[in-house]
Design a protein around this ligand. Structure first.
Ligand code: DP6
Length: 340
């Protein structure tokens, strides 16, 4: 007999960035982070898993191409789920001897470098927990061990990842700050300025930063803790102006840490910097910010703006950002989507 399950998981965009690990094996961060989970209409990962006692080995396909399942992060997620399934006797024991076939896909171009690992691992772990019949387990703790940012995609809306203090990482978990319907007016726009794969992966980039940057510890110890509190408050109060300012400052500081690393890491390109200038100039037209940018480990921009503003912003983008990114290079979505 087989057990099958299919699910989808959304992408999340950090407005307070996770950058740097204190434990590489367990993926424990040096600072807490906070993200917005996007609506699944636009960007999501999808996974289908079949567990069968008749399969001889575990296998995995990503976008129809067979993947090497010996990848240590995938193995760690599988091991954790099986350990919990054995412990809680959640399914017929014959399944615990069986193997899985995993089929995953993204509905967005992986080349665009948009947080695909976060949605991918959140989806994988949730789907595994279902085929193994697990109930009442914190999926975020396991998703975190696939890719740090994945623990935040386990929840919808506005989500924090609390760094935790424990050596075993059991308190390094994601928590929902506010549900998706809390702030429906907040809109997200993704500007794809380059479809090239990123030059330095997040994993190796943050390792270089931890080893060489002196700014990174100042950020983790002296900046992020207070910023997390202020950001949570701004979200609760739907205070766009504070949300925008903190989002932009945090993106800037993350990229400053990258530049402070040696050899320096440069994720933003000329088009990204132009977008920063454009947003800054636009905000100067008003008494408080109406538009915010943030950049992850790549040159593509994510913009946040109140809903009533979206027409004006699309006009701005189309007028000032030719020829690439052009009008067709944006993805629009309502910000707050639901969880896996
Ligand atoms: C810049 O979660 O991809 O997007 O834990 O090594 O898999 P690993 O890294 P990953 O890093 C994401 C970094 C970031 C900021 C963020 O999403 O918080």
């Amino acid at each position: 007999k087989d057990r099958s399950f299919t699910c989808t998981a959304p992408v999340n965009i950090a407005v307070i960035k996770y950058w740097g690990k204190r434990n590489e094996e367990l993926i424990l961060p040096i600072n807490s982070s906070l993200s917005v989970t996007l609506h699944q209409n636009e960007l999501r990962a999808k996974t289908m898993i079949t567990l069968s006692s008749s399969f001889d080995e575990d296998q995995m396909w990503l976008n129809d191409k067979e993947e090497d399942i010996s990848n240590p992060r995938i193995q760690r997620c599988l091991r954790e789920i099986r350990r919990l399934a054995t412990k809680t006797c959640s399914i017929d024991p014959s399944y615990l001897e069986g193997h899985v076939q995993i089929r995953s896909e993204n509905n967005f171009p992986t080349a665009a470098g948009l947080a695909s690992s976060a949605a991918g691992y959140a989806c994988l772990v949730y789907c595994l927990s279902q085929v193994y019949g697990l109930k009442d387990v914190d999926i975020s703790v396991i998703a975190r061990q696939g890719s740090g940012s994945a623990c935040r995609s386990v929840y919808g809306g506005f989500v924090s990842w609390e760094k935790g203090e424990r050596e075993d990482g059991e308190d390094s978990i994601a928590e929902q700050v506010c549900p998706d319907m809390h702030w429906p007016d907040l809109q997200v726009l993704i500007l794809v300025v380059s479809e090239q794969k990123k030059t330095v992966s997040s994993t190796s980039g943050m390792r270089t930063s931890v080893e060489t940057s002196s700014l990174i510890n100042f950020r983790a110890n002296n900046v992020v803790p207070a910023r997390m509190d202020e950001m949570k408050q701004a979200i609760k109060e739907k205070d766009f102006s504070t949300f925008a300012t903190l989002t932009m400052k945090d993106s800037n500081q993350f990229h400053a840490v990258c530049l402070d690393s040696y050899p320096p890491i440069m994720y933003m390109n000329d088009a990204s910097k132009y977008i920063v200038q454009l947003v800054t100039a636009y905000n100067l037209l008003y008494s408080s910010p109406r538009l915010a940018y943030t950049f992850d480990a790549g040159p593509n921009a994510v913009l946040f703006t109140p809903g009533g503003n979206i027409g004006e912003i699309l006009g701005l983008v189309q007028h000032y950002l030719p020829p690439n990114p052009g009008a067709e290079n944006y993805i629009r979505g309502v910000s707050a989507g639901q969880a896996v």
